[in-house]
Design a protein around this ligand. Structure first.
Ligand code: NAD
Ligand code: DAU
Length: 350
């Protein structure tokens, strides 16, 4: 029987990973360590909260004594580390939390794993989840491959890059069994509405302006979150120790094109005249240091582990819109309180 620690399991991607592991691997004991920051939400885990192989631990990965104590207590065999401060705009407003959680928190987990595994590394694994943003910004052509030089440009991506380097240093120095993956932009159910797609869905629904940074020409490579969870499952079980895998949707969109498609989908779903939602599009001040384009070459994971993205983007967006429109209460809980303070600070009162 394996004991797996998943950090950040109450967040967007983490909740999909936890749900998948709890249901698919009844022999595993799955522990979810989460601080429940503004981005952590136990409502995301309603589906599995009563399962006997699921355990929730509330705590902060920055607290090294606490982290070390839970590793001693539960003797985890594997770690899938997703906990992070994850929003670029928040990292621009206030970087320090990103340094603590994303860098110091990762080091605390590495130290605790190293201590309890004590060089007996057989069947142990520390899997670090990272992002394509560590590679920096692309021009109009080219793709990020696993060996692309790091060039992070926001406090968020710099903190993730730093943690990636430290994870690799523990592999080279201490032989700690690690694996890493760097993924492109995810979308789907349970994403916090500070990120472009759920923010736009919520604003369109309420006939509020859709803020588009700059000219909307920045390009992202979008992947449905379940496809990412599937890749994480494959890498955790079949990935080669010490290796890095890039994960992407092969699905590049300029922000403005994406939002126009979303507006069309929502006009149809909400029985609005075609063109109604697109009138909400509002160009606003650009994000500081806004990376122009991210795009991933995922041929390594496709060739070596047989993974591929499963969902057509339009269908994925429709499925996502249906989910948000069908989960009004989930959205209403999140968009009161702290969210309003953040929204007004970031976008001004509209
Ligand atoms: P999220 O912000 O939705 O969730 C983060 C979770 O981590 C929350 O549940 C939060 O409570 C928890 N957390 C934050 N600080 C913590 C701390 N100090 N101690 C314990 N728990 C803490 O993030 P997400 O979008 O689900 O991203 C998860 C991971 O995947 C991150 O490491 C992120 O860098 C990476 N990633 C995200 C994307 C994306 O498009 N969202 C793409 C590639 C990689
Ligand atoms: O590439 C992976 C990364 O994708 C993850 O590591 C991050 O955790 C995740 O937040 C995401 O980062 P982005 O900055 O690309 O995602 P975001 O949804 O914030 O923005 C997507 C694009 O939309 C980006 O070009 C900025 C733009 N944007 C965003 C917001 C919130 C707008 O034009 N208006 C907005 O209001």
């Amino acid at each position: 029987m394996k004991k797996i620690l998943i950090t950040g399991g109450a967040g967007f991607i983490g909740s999909h990973v936890i749900t998948r592991f709890v249901k698919k691997y009844p022999d595993y004991q799955v522990f979810n360590l989460d601080k429940l920051t503004y981005a952590g939400n136990l409502e995301n885990l309603k589906d599995i909260e009563g399962h006997s192989n699921y355990h929730f631990i509330k705590g902060d990965i920055v607290d090294d004594a606490f982290v070390s104590q839970i590793f001693e207590q539960y003797q985890f065999d594997g770690v899938i580390h997703l906990a992070a401060e994850s929003h670029v705009d928040r990292s621009i407003l206030s970087p320090n939390e990103f340094i603590f959680t994303n860098i110091v928190g990762t080091v605390n987990l590495l130290n605790a794993a190293r201590k309890i595994w004590d060089d007996a590394f057989k069947e142990k694994l520390f899997y670090h989840i990272s992002t394509d943003e560590v590679y920096g910004s692309l021009g109009e052509t080219g793709l990020f491959i696993e060996t692309t030089a790091y060039d992070p440009r926001s406090p968020y991506s710099a903190s993730k890059a730093s943690s990636d380097h430290i994870v690799r240093a523990y592999f080279h120095t201490y032989k700690l069994p690690v694996v890493l993956s760097n993924c492109s932009n995810n979308y789907g159910p349970f994403q916090f509405p500070e990120k472009l797609i759920p923010l736009a869905i919520n604003n369109i629904k309420h006939m509020k302006q859709i803020p588009i940074y700059g000219k909307g020409e920045n390009v992202r490579d979008w992947l449905y979150v379940e496809d990412h969870a599937n890749a994480i499952d494959l890498i955790f079980h079949q990935g080669i120790t010490g290796e890095t895998y890039n994960i992407g949707g092969n699905n590049e969109w300029q922000n403005i094109e994406l939002i126009r498609m979303l507006c069309e989908i929502m006009d149809a779903k909400l029985d609005r005249e075609p063109g109604t939602s697109a009138e909400l599009i509002t160009f606003v001040k650009d994000r500081a240091g806004h990376d122009l384009r991210y795009a991933i070459d995922s041929s390594k994971i496709q060739d070596q582990l047989g993974w591929s993205p499963s969902l057509d983007f339009k269908l994925g967006l429709e499925k996502t819109v249906d989910w948000y429109l069908g989960h009004e209460q989930w959205m209403d809980h999140l968009t009161s309180g702290e969210y309003l303070n953040y929204y007004n600070k970031q976008y001004g009162k509209r």
